[in-house]
Design a binder for this molecule. Structure first.
Ligand SMILES: [Zn+2]
Ligand SMILES: [Zn+2]
Length: 312
């Protein structure tokens, strides 16, 4: 099971009741934060969410509405007595930004590892220090990254939470696997034992479908997105403008209307669309819901504090 909390659903500037871009994913007691706009830590506090277990922060791009919450949040994480390192992933420029931020908060009790311009696929696995990022995909969470089309370098993120196959006793016995190595094989190890090589497949049952979650903001609806988000259980996507008549503004500012985001959800064959990153010019995003629903029925208009549980 994975928990999602939309911490901030605004774009550009904070509004009363609407902080800026931020999403929190919790899985097996560890947390991944995506974007960290102003208000992120206040929103976490409102939701009684702890700070210490944030292991990774993925930044889509370095516009202020996606990063201005970082100094405060990183400082608060320091005050929570965290000593394990934190990984920050982001597009070109993120290292310089982090160096600047760290001059404001040089006293952090943990180190920050920055991955700038990540490769298109990374793996995330559990370690004694929390979640750890690896350069391959055979891990607990497979992470994909896509370059979007915004006014600066901007990344879309997709997470596939792997569901391990069940242990199959009959298979282990018929493959003559010694009992001593059953649990290590179940955990994915390849083992040389006696003079034979044993593989996880020799004790595991059928593959099982995991959970896919995609996060797309800020961008125009480019044609690489539907493939990238294909089959997502949940697509969290920007809908900066609700009104279809704002299409020219959307094109000029490299954003999307609700209808365009819904078009991506439809083409990407996702299960559910959660809209976010609303322009400060929209007081009540819900009033424009029809513009999305006409194209993609299972659309939810996001709000600060929205939560959802995704189950296997
Ligand atoms: Zn933005
Ligand atoms: Zn932006």
């Amino acid at each position: 099971m994975i928990n999602i909390a939309l911490l901030g659903s605004g774009g550009s500037m904070p509004m009363p009741g609407r902080f800026l871009s931020s999403l929190l994913m919790s899985y097996k007691g560890r947390k991944i934060l995506i974007d960290c706009g102003e208000g992120t830590q206040v929103s976490m506090k409102n939701m009684n969410s702890g700070f210490k277990s944030i292991d990774m922060i993925c930044i889509t791009h370095i516009h202020g509405d996606h990063i201005f919450g970082l100094p405060g949040l990183l400082s608060t994480i320091g005050n929570s007595a965290r000593t394990e390192p934190i990984t920050i992933i982001g597009p070109e420029g993120i290292k310089d930004i982090m160096n600047s931020i760290l001059t404001l908060i040089p006293y952090l009790p943990y180190t920050i590892n920055v991955i700038e311009n990540p490769p298109p696929i990374l793996g995330i696995s559990f370690s004694t220090n929390g979640l750890k990022v690896e350069e391959h995909s055979n891990e607990d969470i497979q992470m994909s990254i896509l370059e979007l089309d915004h006014s600066c370098s901007c990344l879309g993120y997709s997470f596939y939470i792997v569901r391990r196959p069940k242990f199959c006793v009959q298979k282990a016995i018929s493959n003559q696997v010694p009992k001593e190595i059953w649990s290590r094989l179940q955990n994915g190890e390849f083992i040389v034992y006696g003079n034979r090589i044993y593989e996880p497949d020799m004790v595991l049952g059928e593959k099982r479908k995991g959970i896919k979650l995609s996060y797309i903001t800020d961008t125009r609806p480019i044609n690489t997105i539907p493939d990238f988000i294909n089959g997502s259980d949940l697509l969290i996507c920007e809908g900066t403008y609700g009104d279809n008549e704002d299409i020219e503004k959307a094109i000029k500012n490299k954003h999307m209307t609700f209808a365009e985001a819904a078009g991506l959800a439809y083409k990407g064959n996702v299960k559910e669309l959660l809209l976010t990153h609303f322009s400060p010019s929209i007081n009540e995003p819900i009033l424009y819901k029809m513009n999305a629903i006409e194209i993609f029925q299972n659309t939810t208009i996001g709000y600060d504090g929205f939560t959802k549980e995704l189950c296997f």
